[in-house]
Design a protein. Structure first.
Length: 272
């Protein structure tokens, strides 16, 4: 009886801790959402719903320009980091042999470098060595270096159990390497590739330190939000942040649904 009481108490204690943790994590996001839809953005409780901030956002060229710049950097960074991580993962797990661990540590090293240091080092490299001032391309490359390690770890965890003999069997049966990739490897690894894309996209979209040192006066979402702190955050920024948060949430939910649907389909094929 006492054991059941202890188990019951431990279960509900763990549930309470999880609830407090989730409230602590997601309450700021809910506050931004309420602030974007309230006529009193500083303290929108109880909420008085007013969507004028979304209307003003439509005509605010500063926030629109910052969002487009951030979207360009995030999209390009996600594609570049994912492609490089995909190639690096295949190279290590398929061809590195005994040196795989050494290469893996080398590729994961950017995780231990702060974004500020990476931004300063990139700025010094491009300006002092190559004589090139900060621009969008430099920011994309620097962000890709930062996001590459995250993408690499995501893909390595997926490809670790991948059976490479399936590719060899496809080649033996007459398929080209490109057809082998699209018809054999991609259907089994698309979830890791898409996860890497979303991870790199979110990291580079919200990154401030790297872009701050490499873009100068070119506005991005994080730099505009940082600058707004000196004069007070406007409701339009709350509106744009809410739109971005909802887009990221929908992307993650869609990824989860696709993975579950794919697992259900594979289980059905194995049962048949």
């Amino acid at each position: 009886m006492m054991r059941m009481d202890r188990d019951f108490l431990a279960k509900w204690s763990l549930a309470a801790i999880l609830i407090v943790a989730y409230v602590f994590l997601y309450l700021p996001i809910m506050h931004i959402l309420f602030a974007s839809m309230s006529s009193r953005p500083n303290f929108p409780y109880p909420p008085e719903f007013n969507f004028s901030s979304y209307v003003r956002l439509y005509t605010n060229t500063i926030y629109q320009s910052a969002f487009l710049n951030s979207l360009t950097i995030a999209t390009s960074t996600a594609i570049l980091a994912t492609v490089l991580a995909f190639v690096a993962t295949i190279g290590i797990l398929r061809f590195a042999g005994r040196r795989a661990l050494v290469y893996a540590i080398f590729f994961a090293a950017p995780l231990f470098v702060s974004e500020i240091l990476l931004g300063i080092a990139s700025m010094s490299l491009y300006y002092l060595v190559f004589g090139v001032a900060g621009n969008m391309m430099a920011a994309i490359i620097a962000n890709a270096v930062h996001c590459f390690s995250f993408c690499f770890l995501i893909m390595a965890s997926l490809f670790y159990k991948y059976d490479w003999r399936m590719n060899e069997a496809a080649l033996v049966c007459g398929a080209s390497p490109l057809r082998s990739f699209f018809e054999v490897m991609l259907p089994l690894t698309w979830s890791g590739i898409l996860s890497s894309l979303i991870c790199a996209f979110v990291l580079s979209l919200n990154g401030l330190d790297i872009s701050f040192y490499l873009l100068g006066a070119t506005p991005t979402m994080p730099s505009v939000a940082w600058g707004a702190l000196r004069y007070g955050v406007k409701p339009e920024l709350y509106a744009l942040s809410s739109i971005i948060n909802m887009a990221v949430f929908i992307a993650i939910a869609l990824l989860y649904w696709l993975i579950r649907a794919d697992k259900t389909r594979q289980a059905g094929h194995e049962a048949a």
